[in-house]
Design a protein around this ligand. Structure first.
Ligand SMILES: NC(=O)c1ccc[n+]([C@@H]2O[C@H](COP(=O)([O-])OP(=O)(O)OC[C@H]3O[C@@H](n4cnc5c(N)ncnc54)[C@H](OP(=O)(O)O)[C@@H]3O)[C@@H](O)[C@H]2O)c1
Length: 336
């Protein structure tokens, strides 16, 4: 487990011969904000940094405090997007493709968690899954050609999702009969929310495994941030269970780490690992990883926590699960 001092030292030693292009989806708050700030320090501001979110005021405040080099060749900007709708995400990705020719780092920290609000979006998607999973799929799918362009220039080409890595187990396979969490009955807010929250981690494992298997030169990382003091942290039970929320939030306050500290570990994870699939813990340590020598079509194996015949600790999908989840994601995000 690398200490905070070690990861900070490692992060500031990052030295690229070019000005990197980095996109931070969810960079207006929490872990994402901390990562934007730590990344900007590592490159002394010499990068094209694109922050994606809804809160333009927060973004302007963050951007105003980033280091600004004297030389040209850098840009720090905000682009607005409500990522709960996939049509918005696709439009925003087209906007980004018109702005830049390559992306070196694509970081997605967008989050949503509620024990009581279990809406369906106007596009017919479960709100939790839209914000925790589907938008990640669409961002990566639509921006992958730019990350591939960075790879073809022999530059850093890395994609990182901060969500819930390492939670998979052979005892908890993804429910392939309730893909999207809209098939089974949706009575009972808490149960439905919990199903989506658990599913989003397995779906993200599956999605990143799919892209890693198809793009052996690029690094795809799913990482768990631990408990972090941010707006997303905590429980929001209502009614008779409100005191339970108070208690949980009181306890979490003492065990949570500041977003700046978490962000250094997340950045360490982003900079480490050249290619393949990585599942990492809150310190940035590898829980499991797999490199592919050439593009691979995954098969029909139903074994959870096994990827292309290799056992993967904490990996929440199976090869057939990857195929089914990608088919499902393509169908429900394309028709919007
Ligand atoms: N904090 C924790 O203890 C913890 C624990 C486990 C996992 N995680 C996961 O870690 C990730 C980061 O969490 P965090 O605590 O840093 O979250 P956070 O502080 O609440 O930040 C969430 C980010 O998502 C963006 N976002 C939310 N809804 C959006 C929408 N509809 N459209 C566009 N952007 C939206 C927000 O931007 P705008 O407000 O500008 O829209 C914000 O930048 C999340 O995936 C979370 O599930 C966190």
């Amino acid at each position: 487990m690398p200490t905070l001092a070690i990861v900070k030292k490692f992060n500031v030693s990052f030295d690229a011969s070019y000005a990197p292009v980095a996109v931070f989806v969810g960079g207006t708050s929490g872990v994402g904000q901390g990562m934007v700030e730590a990344f900007a320090r590592s490159v002394h501001g010499r990068a094209h940094i694109i922050i994606v979110g809804r809160n333009g005021y927060a973004a302007a405040d963050i951007i105003a405090r980033l280091p600004r080099p004297d030389e040209d060749g850098w840009k720090h900007e905000f682009v607005s997007c409500d990522a709960s709708l996939m049509a918005n995400v696709r439009a925003l990705c087209a906007e980004i493709r018109a702005k830049v020719k390559r992306i070196n780092f694509l970081v997605i920290t967008t989050g949503y968690s509620s024990m009581v609000n279990i809406g369906i979006t106007s596009e017919g998607l479960d709100l939790h899954l839209a914000l925790r999973y589907y938008q990640r799929y669409v961002f990566i799918h639509e921006l992958l050609p730019l990350v591939q362009a960075a790879h073809s220039l022999s530059e850093d080409s890395k994609i990182l999702c901060v969500l819930g890595a390492g939670r998979g187990s052979p005892k908890r396979p993804i429910d392939l009969n309730n893909l999207g969490n809209t098939v089974n009955p949706r009575a009972g807010g808490f149960t439905v929310a919990l199903r989506s929250m658990i599913a989003s981690s397995g779906y993200t494992d599956a999605m990143l495994a799919h892209f890693a298997a198809q793009n052996p030169g690029i690094a795809f990382t799913h990482i768990h941030p631990g408990v972090v003091r941010t707006p997303t942290m905590g429980a929001d039970f209502s009614g008779l269970l409100t005191p339970v929320s108070w208690l949980i939030n009181f306890i979490l306050h003492f065990i949570a780490v500041p977003q700046e500290e978490c962000a250094e570990h997340m950045l360490y994870a982003l900079f480490n690992g050249e290619r393949g699939l990585f599942l990492r813990d809150r310190y940035g340590d590898v829980v499991s990883a797999l490199e592919f020598e050439a593009p691979v079509e995954l098969g029909e194996s139903v074994e959870t926590s096994v990827l292309n015949g290799v056992p993967m600790k904490g990996y929440g999908a199976s090869d057939i699960g990857v195929r089914r989840i990608i088919e499902h994601s393509e169908t429900v995000t394309r028709t919007k």
